[in-house]
Design a protein around this ligand. Structure first.
Ligand code: NDP
Ligand code: PYC
Length: 344
């Protein structure tokens, strides 16, 4: 008997989408949510893969996400495209807004997509990567819920506030990075707890503000920003731009709204897209080969590009399928059969 199961990405997508549909999530949301979870699993980004399904269902069960929400797009001649997620998951709102954002960015040189009132549990790389397919560069950011102490502080205030960037390349996968502005995503701490492994030093403090490598103590305390005061300031910038500026919740407000960190947070998201050709119009358009020279120089030193690991994992998943452990398959089976009743 084997203790792993290998599924094609399409088969896993059908399974995950079925779990959400069965639990009562509207089809307009179930597809986008399942696609982003399966993309995480396919690209070996476990902290935002199938492990997230249970949290999404728990969020539904606690009434903190609107399972029937139909996102609504509003657009005028300006550079700001808005999608009101109406309390549903961000993923459907992004899929609705992305083509309009791309059209606006190409027409105007740059444009922004403001997503309001969404529940957000996912990685940002699927979004910036999708925009590079239009030949655009893109930045995405959102707050989360208060789980990260500012540098020099000891109490959770900011979120793990992810920042994603994408740059289009011809003949290569795009240049994409996407990371939490905390030392690691909270999902990584949760995965350490589940695996019974200590955290690396420097990730977190406990509820008394003392450094800890115990994941349970870290989840009860606060994570730390990456890069000391620099990450702390970038995290605050995300609170300002993707919280205060777009009229949506900041991380402390999101935590107050939820009252817990074991469900997905409610807030907004800001995505900005740039047309490199329009920016370099007076210089005859963008010369993408200059970007390639930079990437070659990175690789020439024996370093790797961000997302290189992810794209390599994707190639294997597409060719050989996605391998899940017996525990992961048991969870999928339990959630498929039990729906919302199967989550605490
Ligand atoms: P990681 O530290 O795992 O990775 C961050 C980025 O750095 C990736 O693009 C990765 O590429 C790249 N990278 C890693 N190692 C190297 C290296 N040696 N050389 C070059 N590039 C490298 O990310 P985090 O744990 O900080 O975040 C994980 C995910 O969590 C993100 O996708 C983020 O969006 C998500 N998240 C979501 C939140 C939300 O509220 N929705 C909150 C916080 C995080 P590669 O993938 O190829 O390794
Ligand atoms: O992994 O930090 C995280 C996270 C928070 C919300 C969604 N993902």
């Amino acid at each position: 008997m084997t203790d792993t199961t290998t599924l094609t990405p399409a088969a896993l997508l059908q399974l995950v989408e079925g779990i959400f549909l069965n639990a009562g999530l509207a089809p307009v949301q179930a597809g986008p949510v399942a696609r982003v979870i399966v993309a995480g699993e396919r690209d070996a980004c476990k902290s935002h893969g199938v492990y997230r399904i249970e949290g999404c269902l728990r969020t539904m069960k606690q009434g903190k996400v609107n399972p029937d929400a139909q996102p609504e797009l509003t657009q005028d001649e300006s550079a700001i495209v808005r999608v009101d997620a109406k309390g549903g998951f961000a993923n459907a709102a992004f899929e609705m807004g992305a083509p309009v954002l791309a059209e606006r960015a190409k027409a105007l040189g740059l444009a922004a997509l403001v997503i309001n009132d969404c529940t957000h549990f996912s990685a940002l790389w699927p979004e910036v990567e999708a925009l590079t397919a239009y030949g655009l560069a893109a930045i995405a950011m959102c707050p989360s819920y208060a789980t990260v102490a500012p540098t020099g502080g000891t109490k959770a205030l900011m979120g793990t506030n992810p920042l994603g960037f994408g740059w289009p390349r011809k003949g290569h996968p795009p240049y994409v990075f996407d990371f939490a502005t905390s030392v690691a995503a909270r999902g990584e701490v949760e995965l350490h707890r589940i695996a019974g492994k200590p955290l690396p030093e420097g990730w977190a403090v406990d509820a008394n503000g003392a450094p800890t490598v115990d994941p349970t103590a870290a989840l009860a305390g606060a994570m730390l920003p990456f890069g000391g005061h620099k990450g702390s300031a970038i995290s605050m910038m995300i609170e300002l731009l993707a919280g205060v500026m777009i009229g949506d919740m900041t991380s402390p407000e999101a935590l107050e709204f939820l009252g817990a960190t074991n469900i997905a947070p409610r807030h907004g998201e800001l995505i900005i897209a740039f047309s490199p050709d329009r920016f370099a119009a007076t210089k005859g358009g963008v010369d993408l080969s200059r970007a390639e020279a930079l990437f070659d120089a990175v690789l020439g030193q024996g370093a790797r590009l961000p997302s290189q690991r992810r794209f390599a994992a994707r190639a294997i998943s597409d060719a050989e399928g996605i391998t899940l452990t017996a525990d992961e398959m048991a969870i999928l089976d339990r959630l498929q059969k039990g729906g919302l009743a199967a989550v605490s």
